[in-house]
Structure formats: C-alpha cells, structure tokens
Write a protein of this length. Structure first.
Length: 310
C-alpha cells in the first residue's frame, strides 16, 4: 500500500507533478512585474505579454530593461512600460509606486517576483538586512501602496513569488536585521520568505470581499541568476553541481500565467502553490502570533500607515 507524504512534505512530489496551464487571454489587462529583466520576472514578462497583457516592468537597470522591453514587445505586439526603482531603497520604491499610480489608471495583476539570496550579511543604506528588504519589505510596501488602485480595478490578482526556501525559517521578529544572531544565507533567505508568506495571509484577510485576490507561489527549482551576487566559490558550486538538477525557468512563466489568468482561480485567495499545485507551507509560516508580530514590525519598517484597502 502506497503511503502518502505528510502535507508539509508534498513539495517533494509537487515538483515532479504535471502542472496546470491556461490559454485564457489577458488582452486589455495591465500587469506590474518586479524584477522583470531576468529569471522568474523575465519569464513572467514573456508569458503574460504573450497572453496579450500590457506590462509595466519595475526594474533597477534602465538599459537592461529597455533591451528586454524592446525584444519582448517586438515578439508579443503588446505595450511594455518601464518604471525604475532599486528595491533596496524603500524611498525610491515609494516614488516608483507613485509614478505607477499616476501613469496607469488600472492594475489588473501585480507580480512581485524580484528576489535576492546572499551568503553574507549586508545592510541597505537605511540599515535593513538586504535580503529581508528586497524579498519581503519591498513587495510588502509595493503591495500596500498599489492595493487601492487594484481594488478600483477589481477583479484583480496579486501574486507573491515565494519559495520552498521559507522552510529554512530563521525568522525572529525581535531580530529581523540579524544584529544579535549569526547570519547564514539559508536562514536569512528563509526568514524573508517566511515573513512574506505571513503577510500574504493578512493581505488576503483585509482584501476579502473586494474582488482582489492574493496568493503566493514557489516558481520551481530553476536555473536563474539568483545568488549571482555571491562569491566565486558559491557561483562555481551553483553552476557545476546544482544547475544540472534544475529546470528551465520557462516553467515559472507558464505557472504565473495560470495564476494570473486561469478562470478557475477567480476568488481564490490566501493560498500557497508549488508552481500550480496547492500545498501547505511550513508550520511556522502559519503561526498567527508570529504573523501579528511580523506585520507590526513590517508596517513600522516600511512606514505604511496600516493594512488597509483605501
């Protein structure tokens, strides 16, 4: 008799599962995508624009963004705009959000896909641990700032690109900037992704009944440039030992199109997916008391006035 894996180990089989897909059109939709010049963000750009969506790329490198925009637009025939912001600078991100709100009267889909992994402890100019800032605080802030427009545009969808790396944990709400603990890359990454998941549940709660949904997804075990900011030994290990076991990042774009456009996801919110397979996150990422503390500190760190829809 075949034994089923416990819910929190289903990612071991979900990564090999046949994934869902959709051919639903996104014509007339406007999508905002962070980190759209490489990796998962680039695949989201390609997939959603191929489905007919107009896309706003939120990126830090204008030259790279312009090259990617021109290439993708020529292929899809859709409109692609660029807004510049460095996600390690929350003031710059606020300015970028204000620009998006001024230029685009509707937002149908927000994909927070920019991500960072660092093997060493670094801090932003404002003093935040860099991975926590890029992987959690930046999407938390951007989501909070764009929610009112997305409510006006409803039905609309928010997708937080998360990771099975949240299972590494490392989340301590009393030491989010790692000033009292020894930092490791896996625990730092796990802390940021855990915080992001905990915020998804709270966003889903306040968005109930608005027509705006929010879900998180692991984009697959992919060959991307995440971690390329690390030293030569890490990069050599990644490319020679790990990469042969990883998949083409195009699968993430296909999964994100499903999450952004599939009619079967209308009204589905506050869920976690491994690509397109729903699964249960690690227990700590479901802890309501831990979530409350993380939300309180995230609000204070980002300057958002509160978790509100207007």
């Amino acid at each position: 008799m075949k034994r089923e894996l416990p819910d929190q180990l289903r990612f071991l089989t979900n990564r090999k599962a046949v994934q869902k897909s959709t051919d639903a059109s996104m014509e007339g939709k406007t999508c905002v995508i962070t980190g759209a010049t490489s990796g998962v963000g680039l695949e989201a750009l390609r997939s959603l624009s191929a489905a007919g969506a107009d896309v706003v790329m939120l990126c830090r490198n204008r030259g790279k963004a312009e090259a990617v925009s021109a290439e993708t637009s020529a292929r899809s025939g859709t409109r692609i705009d660029i807004v510049i912001a460095d996600l390690t600078d929350l003031d710059a991100l606020r300015a970028a959000a204000a620009e998006i709100l001024a230029r685009f009267p509707r937002i149908d889909v927000l994909v927070n896909s920019a991500g960072l992994h660092s093997t060493t402890l670094t801090r932003t100019p404002a003093g935040f641990e860099t991975v926590f800032c890029v992987d959690h605080l930046a999407p938390f802030l951007l989501t909070g700032l764009l929610i009112p427009r997305m409510v006006e545009s409803a039905p609309s969808r928010i997708i937080q690109v998360n990771s099975e790396g949240h299972r590494f944990n490392g989340l301590d709400p009393e030491d989010l900037d790692w000033k009292r603990r020894h930092y490791t890359g896996l625990r730092g990454y796990g802390a940021a992704k855990s915080a992001q998941l905990l915020s998804v549940w709270e966003f889903a709660r306040i968005l109930e009944g608005t027509g705006v949904t929010i879900n998180a997804m692991h984009p697959g075990d992919l060959r991307t440039n995440i971690g390329s900011n690390n030293g030569i030994l890490y990069r050599a290990f990644l490319h020679t030992v790990i990469w042969p076991f990883l998949k083409d990042p195009a699968i993430s774009g296909q999964a994100l199109r499903w999450m952004a456009a599939a009619p079967g996801l209308d009204g589905v919110s506050g869920r976690y997916f491994h690509l397109t397979m729903e699964e249960k996150p690690a227990a700590h990422a479901l802890d309501p008391e831990l979530g409350r503390k993380v939300i309180e500190r995230s609000l204070a760190m980002t300057g958002l006035p509160g978790m509100a829809i207007g």
